[in-house]
Design a protein around this ligand. Sequence first.
Ligand code: NDP
Ligand code: HSE
Length: 436
Amino acid sequence: MKAVNIGLIGLGTVGSGTLSVLQRNAEEITRRAGRQIHVIAAAVQDISKPRAVDTSALHLTRDPFEIVNHPDIEIVVELVGGDNMPLEAVMTALDNGKHIVTANKALIALHGNDIFEKAQNKGLVVAFEAAVAGGIPIIKSIREGLSANRIEWLAGIINGTSNYILTQMEESGRDFNDVLAEAQALGYAEADPSFDIDGTDAAHKLTILASIAFGISLQFENVYREGITEISSEDITHARELGYRIKHLGIARKTDNGVELRVHPTLIPQKRLIANVDGVMNAILVQSDAVGPTLYYGAGAGSEPTASAVVADLIDVVRTITTDPGNRVPHLAFHPDAIIDLPILPMDEIETAYYLRMSVINQPGVMASIAMIFGDSDISIDTILQKGSGQPNENVTIIMLTQNTRERNLVKALKQVESLNTVNGRVMRVRIEQLS
Ligand code: NDP
Ligand code: HSE
């Protein structure tokens, strides 16, 4: 059968890995896809840049629209990032009747509803496995492997850079900024690394996961997000002493009152498998009604791990090119006319337990006044630890673990605690999830 011609936009970390895997595994890939996959052209910013992969057989251009308007290209692979030019390029490619493969979570989370509508109307496929958790086939697992189930919740370590930083801080006590620079050098971080450390990248990915898990539209604007910037080595150490590890989690949970969509640092009991996922590795725990819990683990970022997902998507698209568009796996797992509108719970309404760290002046009655505020706010304390010399009138650190409480109550109580003149500065808070 005739080879399928594809065009790449982007030959950076993921693009060069994709080309390299396509070249190295060409024979196996053809046996799987049933047709050869030929990369005939690629768009880059700087044509003269040396590449880690052989580009001699490709036409290189600076103009991504040369790729999307190319009459011989059937599949456009967008591996640039960001959502301005990529959106225009993808929409133009769809108008031109081309299928799309992308690793761009920002693009899908922010514009996926429009992109999929256009693709659906045109009978085209937009594949985005690499957009979530790098090389882990989590989109396929949820969309196809778990399609018999009602998914109740999922929780995932879905930003490799944050996990790499937290792991290095814990294992070697290294400085946050040093480790971030290393994650950038290794090609894990986004072009704007603040997206990794402020929770935006994980929120993009959670938007996609929640949509395919619950059959709701993509709604990035409703994801609550916190990053890892406020986590200190001290918190990591205290969490360890209490039998927990701190991980940056994306959590989507369907409750009777609505859907929780949140990304934030979280204490997880050390004995959970997911608490032991380190470095750039990602893992997603999915709780479903029939199969129960399932856990998906693998490299969450990096050149060839991500290329693995991009090339798998390419093979899938090649396999389905000739099938009836109405009978393909729906982009967001549920048929477009079966996507429902569920209320998203405001963060105030979420119930979790908390780790609290505060600096207080060591005086009689301090603990009693804090305990009274918590008691009046209906918050039960599970554990209290005091760290420090214990000398009168010196500052000591108090660590508390609460039982489950509504976020609104905790926020109100902490305002009162922070206003006590025996409490110094802000109270550090990290949510706790048992994930049982
Ligand atoms: P890089 O920054 O390494 O590569 C970006 C590529 O796009 C470069 O080749 C660059 O050209 C090219 N480019 C940038 N602007 C233009 C333009 N205007 N026209 C044509 N080409 C352009 O990014 P990554 O490979 O890391 O990421 C690509 C996508 O994959 C992003 O959406 C990212 O979020 C996603 N992703 C990344 C992962 C990773 O581990 N890095 C993992 C999963 C997803 P040049 O080389 O000449 O500068
Ligand atoms: N910057 C992302 C991460 C790349 O660190 O997880 C993979 O999506």
